[in-house]
Design a protein around this ligand. Structure first.
Ligand code: ACO
Length: 331
């Protein structure tokens, strides 16, 4: 692979989750489920749900402001805003453009990345490349999803899994070999139907029939996703470590995509790392899709659990199927 002359590093993080908490006990009165089933199958105890008037850009905007404030960066200094989501405010324009306007980031290009739960990792990967090649100096990367707006609240197999939230980081140019040490992304479109929304696009535009068939909600084959997720995340973790010539024992903190505790446990077991080094917050937020990793990252930054100089490994998987990883030194 070509040697890069420069790299990028995280200089600020932020997150925002809606105020409303929906507990497993609340769900018991909505669908045929129980707190016991949800906790033992997923590890999730509660999740945040956006208000009816709250949209993707509302959550992303607050997370972005917090990240910019932490970084001490004026929005006008941004060269780009890259936003990973599958629940944008509307089909188009990109929600990143709405954020650009709200922030007054008048010098920034803005685009969305559609990679489901991998949106943030894909966004960091693209942004790191844009900075490393010298085209840009400062990029705001956001991972945000409001799956509560596209989940079928009559389908107990999916509605208990998801929550809403946004996280953001500001990346800035640095010397090669500092900050982000490796990125890896991959996809397998032959498995698209494991996790998808069949209607509402150009294949099946919205009609009274598609609405009656509940075609605008998430359809998931949970067991297939589960099996693939474990293998894909293990692979993504190993590949990025290999790319950066870093041993797993030297990694201080691991931030896996927060989909399901059993998936996290299975990956951690395969990687043979102690649980103390693994960040878990899915019990409080559920699966916020593109939001899980940047939310967890901001929490460990603000709590001091991650320290300057620490090596942080992040990995994810999502609809597409897509998966990927980022290895960085927090400086
Ligand atoms: N409450 C009670 N019972 C339930 C519920 C529920 N909420 N949901 C399903 N069940 C029932 C099923 O109907 C089934 O009943 P049956 O045996 O009578 O048919 C039984 O529980 C077992 O169902 P399984 O699907 O076999 O349960 P499993 O142990 O596989 O767990 C789960 C299901 C939690 C969905 C798991 O497969 C999983 O986590 N998969 C990964 C899903 C995921 O992470 N998706 C997000 C992908 S990321 C992205 O891009 C958005």
């Amino acid at each position: 692979m070509q040697k890069l002359l420069r790299g990028s590093k995280v200089i600020g993080t932020g997150h925002y989750c809606p105020e409303r908490v929906l507990s497993n006990h609340d769900l018991e009165s909505m669908v045929d489920t129980s707190d016991e089933w949800i906790v033992t199958r997923t590890g999730i105890r509660e999740r945040r749900i956006a208000a009816s008037e709250e949209a993707c850009s509302d959550l992303a905007y607050v997370a972005a402001q917090r990240a910019l404030e932490a970084a001490g960066v004026d929005p006008k200094e941004l060269d780009a805003i890259v936003l990973g989501t599958v629940t944008g405010d509307m089909q188009f324009p990109a929600t990143a453009c709405l954020i650009q306007n709200r922030l007054g980031a008048t010098n920034a290009a803005a685009f969305d990345v559609s990679a489901a739960c991998s949106g943030f990792i894909y966004g960091v990967t693209a942004s790191h490349a844009l900075i490393s090649c010298g085209r840009m100096n400062r990029i705001l990367v956001i991972g945000v999803d409001l799956l509560s707006k596209i989940v079928d609240w009559q389908d107990r197999a999916t509605c208990v899994l998801f929550g809403d939230g946004a996280g953001a980081v500001v990346l800035e140019a640095c010397e090669a070999g500092e900050g982000i040490l490796g990125t890896y992304i991959k996809s397998d479109g032959s498995l698209a139907e494991l996790l998808h929304i069949p209607s509402g696009g150009s294949r099946q535009p919205a009609t009274a029939e598609t609405i009656a068939q509940r075609g605008h909600f998430i359809k998931m084959k949970g067991d297939g996703v589960f099996k693939y997720a474990v293998r894909a995340m293990e692979d993504a973790a190993k590949r990025v470590l290999e790319q950066a010539s870093v041993a797993l024992e030297d990694v201080n903190l691991i931030i896996p995509h927060q989909a399901n505790m059993r998936i996290v446990d299975a990956v951690v077991k395969r990687l043979e790392v102690p649980m103390e080094r693994v960040v878990v917050n899915l019990d409080r937020y559920g699966n916020t899709s593109s939001g899980t990793i940047p939310i967890a990252f901001d929490e460990v930054v603000r709590s001091g659990r991650v320290k300057k100089g620490d090596l942080v490994l992040m990995f994810t998987f999502g609809g597409g199927l897509t998966w990927g990883s980022v290895l960085l030194r927090y400086i």
